[in-house]
Design a protein around this ligand. Structure first.
Ligand code: ASP
Length: 347
């Protein structure tokens, strides 16, 4: 396997990394991939093929949605045999959602799909975009002795850390170190060398994996974040939304919620109507353990299922994926408790 035989596809969706300041308004606006390349002449230093694909127009990641995820899945699937790895340039705001969604939609993935971006545009002197881009390309191209991708999964690379995509959350709107994977160790860290974490295995068996792209997603989902003072009419209205199929319930600590009679009653009624309610902790790290306190146990009795140590981004996109496949309520509840793309620590 030679350098020349290596190839990486760079998919530019938009985001700060490819933005430029409008001289009149001062606002950051998208610019195109050719302009972006001009600011990174170092790309020519890679002695392998790097092709690009650009979203037209590029978009701020606040405008990413399931259709954009489908487009990404299609691009990767159409070009899967042509390239050793894929790098997606993406805005940071919703990068963790896109990474989580792709991890479910790209079943059987055996190549690296690395999402990256930056906090400062690539044309700015102190940009973090160049490092992020260059290292992501190197990781996407990395192969083992057998010629297989070293990182056969969807990841986010940001500020020297390679993280499993569906374990990652954006936690800082200003620092270069903007992402964290609280409940799962980094897959690699970049310093003078890129050090891959040898202990971490991919979440599924590698032999004879074929990519199975998925496009079906159902977005009839809501997030309900509890807080002291949450009103009955707000919860009732949320759970009564026509067509609602699932709710991510963001609870306190290890999965606890108020013991108010109306709250438990509303959850019970929703569950028995077939709405899947998944318990995710508001804490950044740690897992839901509903058996631990009475305030959690009552949720279990109301039919709420545990999201274990999933991120909200992962729980939401996993629900979209499972519901999109038309599974029964019981089947969705069951699969929310099983890791399908390394998104949670169970058993
Ligand atoms: N608003 C931008 C985006 O997410 C922020 C960024 O890229 O960092 O597209």
């Amino acid at each position: 396997m030679t350098q020349e035989s290596t190839s990486v596809l760079l998919i530019y969706t938009g985001g700060t990394i490819g933005m430029i300041e409008n001289p009149e308004t001062g606002a950051l606006e998208n610019f195109n991939f050719e302009q972006l390349q001009k600011h990174v002449p170092e790309l020519a230093g890679f002695h392998f093929r790097i092709d690009s694909f650009q979203f037209d127009p590029p978009r701020d990641s606040s405008d990413m949605d399931p259709n954009a995820w489908r487009e990404l899945v299609k691009i990767i699937s159409d070009n899967y045999n042509e390239y050793n790895g894929f790098v997606i340039l993406h805005g940071t705001d919703t990068m963790a959602f896109t990474a989580s969604a792709l991890s479910f939609m790209l079943e059987g993935l055996d190549k690296a799909v690395i999402l990256t971006g930056s906090q400062l545009p690539i044309g700015v002197l102190r940009t973090d975009g160049k490092e992020n881009l260059m290292t992501s390309i190197e990781i996407a191209a990395a192969r083992n002795e057998e010629g297989k991708a070293l990182i056969p999964e969807v990841c986010i690379f940001f500020e020297n850390h390679l993280m499993r995509g569906n374990r990652t959350t954006k936690l800082n709107a200003e620092n270069f170190n903007a992402f964290r994977s609280f409940n799962y160790p980094a897959l690699a860290t970049a310093g003078i060398h890129i050090k891959y974490n040898q202990v971490i295995r991919n979440y599924s068996k590698r032999e004879d994996r074929d990519l199975k792209p998925h496009y079906l997603l159902d977005t009839n989902i809501a997030i309900l974040k509890i807080f002291p003072g949450l009103q009955e009419n707000v919860v009732a209205a949320t759970l009564a939304v026509p067509g609602l199929k699932a709710v991510v319930l963001e609870t306190y600590g290890s999965g606890n919620a108020p013991r108010k009679e109306w709250f438990i009653r509303l959850l019970c009624e929703a569950s028995s109507k077939g709405i899947v309610i998944v318990n995710i902790t508001q804490c950044s790290a740690g897992a839901v353990e509903m058996e631990r306190y009475e305030t959690g146990y009552q949720l279990l009795q109301a039919g709420v299922v545990s999201g274990h140590d999933s991120t909200t981004e992962s729980a939401i996109t996993k629900l979209m994926f499972l519901l999109g496949h038309g599974l029964s309520t019981e089947e969705v509840r069951k699969r929310m408790g099983v890791s399908i793309a390394g998104e949670m620590t169970v058993g």
